[in-house]
Design a binder for this molecule. Structure first.
Ligand SMILES: C[S@@+](CC[C@H](N)C(=O)[O-])C[C@H]1O[C@@H](n2cnc3c(N)ncnc32)[C@H](O)[C@@H]1O
Length: 311
């Protein structure tokens, strides 16, 4: 490597220094002063500031998520009508309460039978619909605070209806109700039976713990008139109709259609609500199907007709 003598070196350094002067760069300062330290400090201040910002943003996001979660929880509680002071029952607890009520009703509840002795005259479609109505009836009884003690009578294991109930209704064989091949007359003294039929003269006034109420297990697609009336007459038992004439009036409709014949589960819902509230107005208002062409009469219109006998 070529060696430079000291005079030449000094000359060259001076030249560089002059050029640096021209460029206004303070060689001395740049080289001698502690610049890397200052940069480090500025740089770490920046990093710290960015880190703090980032931490603040993270905390804000976390808070927002927490608030959002609480808001959703509050909404859910308000929708289901529960609150912190009134913690909701778990599904398991609700199931246990329902089961307990139904079991209790099987020994102390008001008595109701569905007479299934007339299904032979029904089409397969009607049998399927009846199976669906029995499912809904059981569903309503499960939801009731004071369920009925329900019996399905005259239900033979080799019948179409039995097969259809097992096929269509989940857990049918475990329903908490009596399922029997016996008839209501085999189970109860005739004088305790009140057969409900739309064709009875007497209106039902109340539901009595000493009586057994019987619904005809029928679906009226091919309208078989007075079938339950004839059945009750054949059994020589008391009969009653729902007090529709006493609490409802005809409503104008395009087809001029008016019917007082309801499905088994609809009659059952009306009875359940009446037993809970003691009010026919409320029971009929809640459950009488709007398409049947009747509405509950306004209270100020007074009694519409006086029931002939109290049942
Ligand atoms: C679809 S109805 C059957 C109607 C059928 N035409 C009949 O002969 O009664 C099924 C059952 O619900 C009950 N039901 C329906 N409407 C009723 C009403 N207005 N009053 C009393 N019971 C009624 C009766 O027990 C009846 O047998």
């Amino acid at each position: 490597m070529a060696q430079m003598n000291s005079a030449e070196g000094e000359l060259q350094l001076n030249g560089v220094s002059e050029e640096m002067d021209l460029l206004h760069i303070d060689v001395e300062t740049d080289v001698v002063e502690d610049k890397p330290g200052r940069e480090d400090a500025a740089c770490s201040k920046n990093v710290l500031r960015k880190q703090r910002n980032w931490e603040r943003q993270l905390a804000a996001k976390k808070n927002k998520r927490k608030e959002e979660k609480q808001r959703r929880k509050l909404n859910r509680e308000q929708e289901s009508g529960t609150s912190r002071a009134d913690p909701p029952f778990t599904k398991r607890v609700m199931k246990a309460i329902t089961k307990e009520r139904l079991v209790e009703a099987q020994s102390t509840g008001l008595r109701l039978c569905v007479d299934l002795s007339m299904t032979d005259s029904m089409s397969d479609k009607e049998v399927s619909r009846l199976a669906g109505q029995l499912r809904r009836l059981y569903g309503s009884n499960k939801k009731a605070t004071r369920p009925f003690h329900v019996s399905l009578t005259d239900l033979r294991e080799d019948s179409r209806l039995y097969r259809e109930c097992v096929r269509m209704n989940d857990g049918f064989l475990n329903y908490t109700m009596d399922i029997t091949e016996k008839s209501c007359l085999d189970l109860f003294p005739p004088e305790t039976i009140v057969y409900l039929t739309p064709d009875a003269e007497e209106a039902l006034q109340t539901v009595d713990a000493d009586k057994v109420y019987v619904l005809g297990g029928l679906v009226d697609e091919s309208i078989q008139k007075k079938l339950s009336f004839s059945k009750a007459a054949e059994l020589s038992v008391h009969m009653a109709r729902l007090p529709i004439d006493e609490f409802m009036v005809k409503k104008n409709n395009v087809k001029n259609f008016h019917s007082k014949i309801l499905a088994v589960n609809q009659v059952f819902d009306i009875l359940l609500t009446f037993c809970n509230t003691g009010s026919w107005t409320e029971a009929l208002q809640t459950w009488f199907p709007p398409g049947k062409g009747y509405v509950v009469a306004p209270e100020e219109s007074g009694p519409l007709s006086v029931p002939q006998t109290q049942t």
